[in-house]
Design a binder for this molecule. Structure first.
Ligand code: CP
Ligand code: NVA
Length: 319
């Protein structure tokens, strides 16, 4: 068990949106991790858990996905429910129907909506007008379901979260870094972010994380030095230099981030038993070398698997 306290009352979470990690109390995040662990164990032991019998999840995708799409759909089926894939190219949203009307219409058919899109405000608008819980499957600003899986993976390997040090190297302004800041702060992990000048985290998200960290003991450092960030880190994390939607900047970003590759020389600064994480998809030879991502310290495929278990915990609570 990760938590040292009374569990959050599950009925309080029914209908709650999962849009950013900072929308959830730190205790509730830890409870989700405990539940994800229990669901994983149950599944590995061959048990069934049809908590969502007869429930339907709609999954709106405006960007590509392998892990998010498959893990949500499989997760719903394992919970006794089902999921419908809604590509924005195929639904009227892609032809200009408003988010407001889409939210109201879908709420009449389905019990929850997972959405992957560009502008974070689109998810907030969807949540404002839907009568069913909204789960953020990635926006330009946040990727909270991924970070829940990351925290579960760290807990499995390290046996604790509070007081560990995470280093994020690369684009500090992207969805992964933002959600890692909020996630680390929620569980009392320290986090150092190293990015080139001008690519640090968004101010409001950094402030949110710092506020959460005051209560949990998490310390946050922002630097331009990858070596300083990785110094004595327990967990080293990176992500692509150009996220979905930034394809036109790819060549320029490769130059800007050239000194921010996670490689053997950089990881010499981390603790001997450091873990490497990457949400995937990865660009080997760009943000990370093959020797690191395919090496002994890498847990990227456990991390990918844990999307399934972490998301089932979210779905079980909010639907
Ligand atoms: N990590 C992640 O969200 O992967 P997908 O883009 O494949 O969903
Ligand atoms: N930052 C990456 C994460 C992909 C899962 C992107 O947005 O493309």
């Amino acid at each position: 068990m990760i938590s040292q306290h009374t569990q959050t009352n599950p009925s309080q979470l029914k209908g709650k949106d999962f849009i950013t990690l900072s929308d959830w109390q730190p205790d509730a995040i830890v409870d989700l991790l405990d539940q994800a662990q229990a669901l994983k164990q149950q599944q590995k032991n061959g048990g069934t858990h049809p908590y969502l019998q007869g429930k339907m999840l709609g999954m709106i995708f405006e960007k590509s996905s392998t892990r998010t799409r498959v893990s949500f759909e499989v997760g719903m089926k394992q919970l006794g429910g089902d999921a419908i894939f809604l590509s924005s190219n195929d639904i009227q949203l892609g032809r200009g129907e408003s988010i407001e009307d889409t939210a109201k219409v879908l709420s009449r058919y389905i019990d929850g909506i997972m959405v992957r899109t560009y502008a974070h405000e689109s998810v907030e608008t969807l949540a404002k007008h839907a009568d069913v819980p909204i789960i953020n499957g990635l926006t330009d600003e946040h990727h909270p379901t991924q970070v829940l899986a990351d925290l579960l993976t760290i807990y499995e390997q390290k046996g604790s979260l509070a007081g560990l040090k995470m280093a994020f190297i690369g684009d500090g302004h992207n969805n992964m870094c933002h959600s890692l800041l909020e996630g680390a702060a929620s569980v009392g992990m320290h986090i150092s972010v190293a990015s080139p000048k001008g690519f640090g985290p968004q101010d409001d998200i950094l402030n949110n994380a710092r506020n959460i960290g005051q209560a949990t003991g998490s310390q946050i450092a922002i630097t331009e030095s990858p070596q300083a960030a990785v110094e004595q880190a327990d967990v080293v994390v990176t992500d692509v230099f150009a996220s979905m939607g930034q394809e036109a900047e790819q060549a320029e970003r490769l130059k800007t981030f050239a000194n921010y590759q996670v490689n053997e020389a950089l990881c010499q600064h981390a603790n001997d038993d450091y873990m490497f994480l990457h949400c995937l998809p990865a660009h080997r030879g760009e943000e990370v070398t093959t020797e690191i991502i395919d090496g002994a310290h890498s847990f990227v495929f456990d991390e990918a698997e844990n999307r399934l278990h972490a998301q089932k915990a979210i779905l079980k609570n909010v639907m």
